[in-house]
Design a protein around this ligand. Sequence first.
Ligand SMILES: [Zn+2]
Length: 435
Amino acid sequence: MVNKNQSILILTHEASPRLSYALDFIFSKQFLYDYTIIHKAPVNDAVLVIEYGDKATLNNTVFIPKSKMINLGNFDPKWNSKIREFGLSKSSSGLSFNIDIFSEIFFHLSRMEEYEFDSTEELNRFSVKNSSVNDLVLSPFLDFMIQQFVEGINAFWKIDITRNSQYTFIHTIDIDQFYSYKAKGIKRSFGGFGRDILKFRFGIALARLLANAKSKDDPYDTFDKLWKSLKTKEKYVFILQSQKGKFDKASNISHTEVKKIIQKISRIAQIGIHPGIETVKHIELIQKERNQLSKITNQKINISRQHYLNFHFPQTPTALIKSGIKHDFSLGFHDHIGFRAGTCHRFNYYDIENETVTPLTFVPTIAMDVTLKRHQNLSPKDAIETIKKLINACKSVSGAFCLLWHNSSFDVSEGWLGWDKVYKEIVKYADDQIV
Ligand SMILES: [Zn+2]
């Protein structure tokens, strides 16, 4: 009989931070159980041993075949992930898994496949099309594999390794602009007014004038409807500050009205920076943006999400760490909803160059409004159905469903007719799943 309180012994020739990173993701982040790495077979056979090597040599143990990916210094962005073949078999000698679970975890979480890839996309972002496992994008495949692995060893050893996490809903808003027309400054407002008139968009021109006269709500001023009566405590808002270049068109956050809104929001949600495309080129700006928001909110700012989900390995995480950011929310594909790293659990950034686990945490983003509408061209009805399936998947692995919505994605004049309903339904559904 095995002693149910003993730790699991991982028998392997060499320990490495890569292996510990994968083991911690299973036995600390997702489940809770003690493990110890050992290099010599134990004499007592009444212990829990996972043999991790070329072939099984012991009886009554769990065997996992080891691949080179787990070895320090191994760098292969085109590594052939075998995740689709995952399976287990029981024999007289023990329980065997047919693929290297630890290497799979390491490869997908480290995002090694995002290093040195080719892209013709304007911002050179890693697209779902660039991923070798893009057929699995709608599945938290690492979480499913880990769940089956733990169920397998629980049944084999008759132990009870339990979950260390609960399903949660993470509600996040990116604010690129606070107002569609109000508070943009005289020059930009009248410029917009002139363009509207030239394009015969009289309704919009009128709305612009009225908003400036404070007699009608601005279509981007949706902050009051965003968080009403949510159960989740995880509410985050990321604010763009860069006003340079083609992509960064932030509101001026030193404008009194904008400041007031930020202060109001900061009482409901945690505020983070939203580094623009120009910010990426000048990392000293990250620190400056943190300070500016910190001054307005009187809060420590240590969370971030890249504008346009413009995230590049290893440059972006390196810059974020240097600038004191603790949690990043950028890891979702810009062009497809789902699981960029195969998981809906938080995980740490592994620095491949220095072979070390860093304190920077990734909170995977599972779905973004713009992805649903613009990139995947889903109708509001299809979007609701697809998202509900993703939420169910997150719940089934006790992970987190992180939704990214923009305050501007209710503006009918910008094509968001019917999306108000999408937002309300999926937020309610995701929130209702919390127990
Ligand atoms: Zn943005």
